[in-house]
Design a protein around this ligand. Sequence first.
Ligand code: C2E
Ligand code: CA
Ligand code: CA
Ligand code: CA
Length: 278
Amino acid sequence: AKQNGNDHFQFYVASIDQEIRDRKQLEKDLSQALASHQLHLVYQPQINLESKRVIGAEALLRWDHPVRGLVPPDDFIPVAESNGTIVEIGQWVLEQACWQAARWAAESTPLRIAVNLSAVQLRQDNIVNDILETLQRHNIPAGRLELEVTETSFMTNLSDAVEKLHRLSKAGISIAVDDFGTGYSSLTYLKQMPVQHLKIDKQFIRDLLVNEEDTRIANTIIDLGKSLNLSVVAEGVETAEQEYYLSQRGCQLAQGYYFSKPLQPREFETFVKGFHEQ
Ligand code: C2E
Ligand code: CA
Ligand code: CA
Ligand code: CA
């Protein structure tokens, strides 16, 4: 047994060693991703369930790695957050999203763009000015930008987060709480934060109408939104049944594969035209 245990131990060490090397390599690759133009954004339509109009898009980051192919954001964003590269990457995302929003506004109907803002970005001293300056430079009215922040962003330094979000909100930017219900939700945060939208995480939508608890959680978030006068966005809507239920239940906005997966800018434009012609 001892022998066996030893083997296990060595295997364990070897695999940790491998993991560390993989991670170091990933960090190294990531530090070059921006300069090598390996990052791009895709846009997922956000639909108003009442008017059946596309009201905007969420910008989602994609990394086209030269060897590994597409690396999912859930694999590299945590790495970028822990070594700080998210600050530079996040600024690029904002820049790119504003550039795209300006193009859409010039070519067709202006759309609202939702950008994910990492907790690490929100902690930067200059973040508010950087965001406002980027909007100005691209001539985007602040009302056209939505920032998606998670509840974790509020936790490290609540008063700092409150102060920054208030400045952004005063300027006209709307704030959405992303992954609502998955973190340390606290009604105290909601009361203090200048928040306009709650996003129901896709984990509660996946089994909507199948799993009773998930259905109740979704209902609760929709009701909370109503009573606090916040609009609610359901993410991960994949079926007509989910869409029907949510719209009957009073959830105003939705996004998900049922409508469209995240799209390249050209595909997005085609989608919007087709959707509005229906
Ligand atoms: P998120 O902000 O909660 O985004 C929703 C995720 O659900 C996206 O995954 C989206 O592609 C996916 N999704 C949309 N509709 C459906 C659906 O109907 N079914 C299912 N199963 N999934 C759906 P994605 O693009 O892989 O992004 C994962 C996470 O990475 C995001 O979660 C967000 O936390 C983070 N992320 C993505 N882009 C950025 C970025 O530019 N900055 C930061 N800080 N984080 C980002
Ligand atoms: Ca999001
Ligand atoms: Ca989510
Ligand atoms: Ca998320």
